[in-house]
Write a protein that binds this ligand. Structure first.
Ligand code: NDP
Length: 421
C-alpha cells in the first residue's frame, strides 16, 4: 500500500467508526428541560438547579439584527474605543452602524474592526449628511465636553435622536439650549448617566428609598484619580468647563440626587489646587461639597484630580451602614451592609450579577426610541446637574452656602422608572 493509499484507508476507517458511534447515540430531539422553549420571540430554559441556587439569568434574547436601532458614535477617543464600541456586542436592542471622527485613518480601521460600512463614516462638518442615512437613528456624542452642544444640536437638526456623554455641556445655558433644540426637533435626548442603569447602584437606590434600616441620614461619596498629561483637554477650561467637579465630582452629585430622588435646598462648596502645579493652571484639582436635602439627608462629596483612584459611596442609616466600593467604576462594584444581628455586629456582602452598564444604557436609549418613552435620564437631568455645579462654584467663590428653591416632586428631572424596577 502506498503512503497515500494508507492515509485514505485510515480516514475511511475512522469515518466508519464515527458513524457507528453516532448511530448508537439516543434520539436527536432533546426534552424541553434541555432544548428550552420558544415563546413570544424569546428562548427560555427551565431551571435545572434547586430554588436554593442563584438562577443563571437565561439567554440574553437580543432583538433580531434588522430590528435593532442603529447608532452612530461621534468621537473615537478612549471611552468610545475602550468601553462603548465593545459594549455593542452585549447590547440587545442597539447596534453600531456609523462613525463620526476627525481622524479618518482611525475611523477606517475601527469601521473594519466593528463591521461598519465605510460609507457610514462621517467628519464633524458632515452632520447634515447623516440625515439621508436611514440606518442611523441615534447619534451618541462622546467628544470633549465643550463640543457636545454643537454636535447634539447638529444631530437633532439632522433628524436623529441623541445620547450624549456626561457632563452634558460646560454650563447650564448651553445644556438648556440642547434640551430646547431636541424638543423643537421632536427628538429624544438622553444623557449617558451609566450608573443609573447599573444593578448595584440600583440596589443602593432601593435601600435609600425603601428605608429597610430607617431613613439614610448621610451619603458620603468620593471620586478621585491622579492625573498626568497637562496638555489633555480635561485640564483645559475651554474644552472641559472645569476640573475635578464636572468630570468626576459629577458622579457624587448625580449619585446623591438619583439615590434619593430629592433635590438639594442648600449647597456649600470649596475648590482648591496645589500651587504651581502645571496640571491645574486652568481648572480645579479638588472640590469638596455638601448638599442638604429637604428630608434632612446630607450628602458629603469629594472629588480630586490629584489623589490615587478611589470611587466609593457610603450610606449611614440608624439601623445599618452601607459601604459601596467602586460605586462609580466600570466594574468591581462591592456592596456590604453592616448591622447588628443578635449579639454580633454582622457585615453582609450583597452579591449581584455584574452587567455591562454601557450596554444597559445603550439598550435603554434604543428602547426609548423604539417605544417613544422618555428616558430615565433625559436632557433635563443634565441641565439640573449643571445648575447645581454652578451653585457649588458660586459657594466656593463667596465662601458662603447657597440656598436653592425647594423642589417638591420626587425624580423631578427624570423619566419613568426603569421597566424592570
Ligand atoms: P478622549 O480624549 O479619550 O477622546 C476624545 C475624542 O474626541 C478624541 O479621540 C477625538 O476623536 C474627539 N475630539 C474631537 N475634537 C477634539 C478635540 N478638540 N480635542 C480632543 N479630542 C477631540 O476623551 P474621552 O473618551 O475620555 O471622553 C469623551 C467624553 O466622554 C467626555 O465628555 C467625557 O466626560 C466622557 N466620559 C464619560 C465616561 C463615562 O464613564 N460615562 C468616562 C470617560 C469619559 P476623533 O479622533 O475620532 O475625532
Amino acid at each position: 500500500m502506498s503512503q497515500l493509499e494508507r492515509r485514505r484507508f485510515i480516514q475511511v476507517s475512522a469515518g466508519a467508526l464515527a458513524g457507528a458511534a453516532w448511530a448508537s447515540t439516543p434520539a436527536a430531539s432533546a426534552p424541553e428541560i434541555d432544548s428550552g422553549r420558544v415563546a413570544e420571540g424569546k428562548v427560555t430554559f427551565p431551571s435545572w438547579t434547586a430554588t436554593t441556587e442563584r438562577p443563571s439569568g437565561g439567554p440574553p434574547n437580543p432583538l433580531p439584527l434588522n430590528e435593532r436601532i442603529g447608532f452612530a458614535v461621534v468621537g473615537l477617543g478612549r471611552l468610545a474605543l475602550e468601553e462603548i464600541l465593545p459594549a455593542f456586542a452585549e447590547a440587545k436592542q442597539g447596534r453600531l452602524v456609523g462613525l463620526v471622527s476627525g481622524t479618518p485613518e482611525k475611523a477606517k480601521l475601527i469601521a473594519a474592526q466593528y463591521g461598519v460600512d465605510p460609507q457610514s463614516i462621517y467628519g464633524y462638518t458632515d452632520f447634515e449628511a447623516l440625515r439621508s442615512n436611514r440606518a442611523i437613528q441615534i447619534v451618541y456624542v462622546v467628544t470633549p465636553n465643550a463640543l457636545h452642544k454643537e454636535y447634539v444640536i447638529g444631530a437633532v437638526g439632522a433628524g436623529k435622536h441623541v445620547l450624549c456623554e456626561k457632563p452634558m455641556a460646560t454650563g447650564s445655558a448651553d445644556a438648556q439650549a440642547m434640551v430646547d433644540a431636541a424638543a423643537m426637533a421632536g427628538r429624544t435626548l438622553m444623557i449617558a448617566y451609566r450608573s443609573q442603569y447599573e444593578p448595584h447602584n440600583r440596589a443602593v437606590q432601593k435601600i435609600v428609598r425603601e428605608k429597610p434600616f430607617g431613613p439614610v441620614g448621610l451619603i458620603d461619596a468620593i471620586n478621585t484619580q491622579n492625573m498626568a498629561a497637562p496638555q489633555q483637554w480635561r485640564l483645559k477650561k475651554a474644552l472641559a468647563g472645569g476640573g475635578a467637579l464636572p468630570d468626576i465630582g459629577l458622579y457624587c452629585l448625580n449619585g446623591a440626587r438619583f439615590m434619593s430622588g430629592e433635590e438639594p435646598i442648600e449647597i456649600f462648596g470649596r475648590t482648591w489646587s496645589a500651587p504651581n502645579d502645571e496640571r491645574f493652571g486652568e481648572v480645579e484639582e479638588s472640590v469638596s461639597f455638601m448638599l442638604r436635602f429637604p428630608s434632612g439627608l446630607i450628602a458629603n462629596c469629594f472629588a480630586s484630580y490629584g489623589l490615587h483612584e478611589a470611587r466609593r459611596m457610603g450610606l449611614h442609616a440608624p439601623g445599618a451602614s452601607v459601604n459601596f466600593e467602586n460605586a462609580f467604576a466600570y466594574t468591581g462594584h462591592r456592596l456590604t451592609v453592616a448591622h447588628r444581628e443578635g449579639e454580633a455586629e454582622s457585615v453582609d456582602e450583597r452579591r449581584l450579577a455584574a452587567k455591562n452598564q454601557f450596554a444597559l444604557e445603550i439598550d435603554h436609549m434604543a428602547e426609548c426610541v423604539r417605544t417613544g418613552r422618555k428616558p430615565r435620564t433625559p436632557g433635563e437631568e443634565g441641565v439640573q446637574d449643571h445648575k447645581l455645579m454652578e451653585a457649588i462654584y458660586r459657594s466656593a467663590e463667596s465662601g458662603q452656602p447657597v440656598k436653592l428653591d425647594p423642589v417638591e416632586t420626587v425624580d423631578a428631572t427624570r423619566g419613568p422608572i426603569l421597566s424592570d424596577e
